[in-house]
Ligand binder design. Sequence first.
Ligand SMILES: Cc1cc2nc3c(=O)[nH]c(=O)nc-3n(C[C@H](O)[C@H](O)[C@H](O)COP(=O)(O)OP(=O)(O)OC[C@H]3O[C@@H](n4cnc5c(N)ncnc54)[C@H](O)[C@@H]3O)c2cc1C
Length: 95
Amino acid sequence: MGSYQLKYHAKKPEGIENKKAYLVGSGIATLAAAFFLIRDGHMDGKNITIFERKNVNGGALDGAGNLEDGYIIRGGREMEEHYECTWTYLVIFQH
Ligand SMILES: Cc1cc2nc3c(=O)[nH]c(=O)nc-3n(C[C@H](O)[C@H](O)[C@H](O)COP(=O)(O)OP(=O)(O)OC[C@H]3O[C@@H](n4cnc5c(N)ncnc54)[C@H](O)[C@@H]3O)c2cc1C
């Protein structure tokens, strides 16, 4: 299982404090974009807005649960070892 965080240390872009991101849809693609904007782009999460037209977040990979009991993906998913980016941010989300 790879960890890109151990390999790459992205420098903070000049003026990132004054930039904002607007992402359409709350699927895994958007959440991944937000994750990398925060971690590698050094953007403050408060400057990221996600628009979702449904009343459930997560798109095709939606889940259910809460902070106390944990979360579960509603549909079955095959998560293979070579999904390096996915594993990287799933592991980081847990900490
Ligand atoms: C039953 C099933 C099983 C699957 N199994 C696997 C698996 O085992 N392994 C695997 O890797 N992948 C699997 N997939 C595929 C994987 O779940 C999807 O490829 C992935 O979740 C897609 O993510 P996404 O963010 O690109 O798009 P989506 O999850 O489709 O998210 C798009 C979001 O954008 C919102 N949206 C769209 N237009 C607008 C708009 N104009 N304004 C506001 N919001 C908007 C939608 O409501 C949605 O929430 C499976 C998919 C399904 C359905």
